[in-house]
Design a protein around this ligand. Sequence first.
Ligand SMILES: [Zn+2]
Length: 705
Amino acid sequence: MAPPSMLKRMQTATVLTAGVKVPFRKRLRVFTEDRRVEGIIIVIVLLYFLVICLDFAVPEVYLGTQGSFTDNYQNFIITWTRTFWVVDLVFLSIFIVEICLRLYAWGLTYLKDILNFVDMLIVGISFVMLFVTMDFTMFTCLDFARPECSGEGTGIESTRGILRVFRIVRIFRIVIILNKIKRSRENAEILRKKAKYRRQGSPVERVVEILQRLRRKAEKASDRDNIAFIVDAIVSDQLYTVNVSAADASEMTTEMNAFLLEGGALQKQKTRTRAIGGIAPKGLGKGIANKSPKGRPRVVINAPDDKPAPASYKDDVQPAGSPASMRSNGKDESPGNARVGMRSGKPERYTEETAWVEKMMKSSEVGKVLQGADSWDFSIFDIERASNQHPILVMVLHFVQHFDLESSLPIPYSNLVRLLLRIEAGYKQVPFHNHVHGADVTQGTAYFLMQEVVSRHVSPLDIYCMILGAALHDFEHPGYNNAFLVASRDEKAILYNDVSVLENFHISSSWRMMLEDSLNPFAGFSDEQYVEARQTMVYAILGTDMKFHFDHLTKFKTRVSSGVYQNDDPDRKDVRLLLAMCMHSADVSNPAKRWELTSEWAARVMEEFFRQGEREEELNLPVSPFMDRQKTDIAQCQAGFISILIKPFFDEWTQFLGESNRHIFVNVESNIKTWTEQGEAALGAARVAALKQGGKAAKAAPAAS
Ligand SMILES: [Zn+2]
């Protein structure tokens, strides 16, 4: 009935098998817990039980058959008592040795189990009683005819009486043994389940089973609590849910809580919060308003795909002189455009379109801006102007060239160009989620792909997928978030069952477009490459849902700490996670840019928020947090959002990227400081006024450079 830490036992057992020298005490623990040893002890105790029963029964039976206290009976009693005394001594000695070994192996912990303690008392007292009550006459009286050896009331009879009464108590040992058998059955059950798990079932079932056993056997209450916490975390399926209070609590206003919770970036804590190592985790979502101010179910607000704001949302202007076929925003109606699948051959490299594009790429204005495209301080607004509103086209083609992808992939260049133009045209003229944002995320993603810790794990196909994926990651974004689409019962929410509605929509609608032969960016790729590309892009784009912000971060941290990215050949799923991190980081990187860029994006995203708020009002829906144009404090919104979501994220991410990228995190801290110290005024009076007055005024405001 050893209670001890099973973990230690398992460790010791492992060490023993490994042939490493371990202390005698630990070896003894393993020995006493050995199922064979336990089995032998059980057999001995059962035998003892049998002997005690015989001692009760046989003299009575003998007496019954003899009918009276005859000499024969007296003689029999002497012999029987003598024999039994010796047998008793042998059994009790074995028990004493067994208990002493367990005591030595487990120390006082052994006695913490009340059954063990009582067991020890019974055996110990029995052993002492054996000698105290012993009447030596039973060994010396060989002649029952002698007066001291005969008749009732002799020493032999009284000794037998006392011992027999006490042996009744010793039957209690049986209770303990039954307990042991029960436990053995449990063990057998676990073994049976283990065998079953090998055939079917998930590892988590076995993990929980093992943890529950450990918990039952844990010596300290704090250990039991900690194991319970682990089990809770596992079974609640919220392993990667983040404790927000770890972030700057001063920024966690009620509105921010509601914003984050409803946006899915945070989840309501369902697990019991338990202390780990004696430190109680602060309650996640404590004091968080889960209801709308009016007490009605709240329109859920997803954290914006990105953050910050609006200015120059110019109409999509095609470059002067671009070929007519490229100006079409509609479907390509050229013959042979029926879907033939993704395996069609590689199209012509040089066409009228590509000639035009190459001419633009080589123009001095674009070329000059592109010189800074590898830098974190690059301004996407510059390329927007230089390319005459084709930032996505220019960015993707630039990076295809930069990474020399055409040397290792059969990229259908003219298809790619046509596709990019269609993607660009698909972005709506909304304040934030427009084609400039698409191009910005493309540049950011490419920047991360260039970093050594990332580049050593990615293939040219990965790079191609990520650049293309970033370019289309917000394709046809309506300027409203997932929560709004769900609350307003938008067709897209119905189509995707409220699950990552926009992200599903972006990837699905753009992929549908890619199925057209003339737009297929994978024409000429092998089936394997196509499947790989699709999986990677879908995974990364779905990962831009803010719902997965902390999920991916926590998973990523776990994988980094386990050293997978130090290996030369990490598992494919770890590479995908890394790629998704690159795209999501780029997607939420606005607050990690220099102030001029950060503030421009902030103004844009706030304008988009306010437009949604107005739309909510029109639809009689509760206005989402931070979306009320009049009441929202832009600086507070930004500072809170950056402190709680962005800062911890970029802290981890830039640590992974290395010291040379720490300046990105410094930007985050500096921007928080600016928002906190200067408030809305940091945007400039004219810009703030425009935002407070409405979309038209904001649109007229000048864009940052
Ligand atoms: Zn985005």
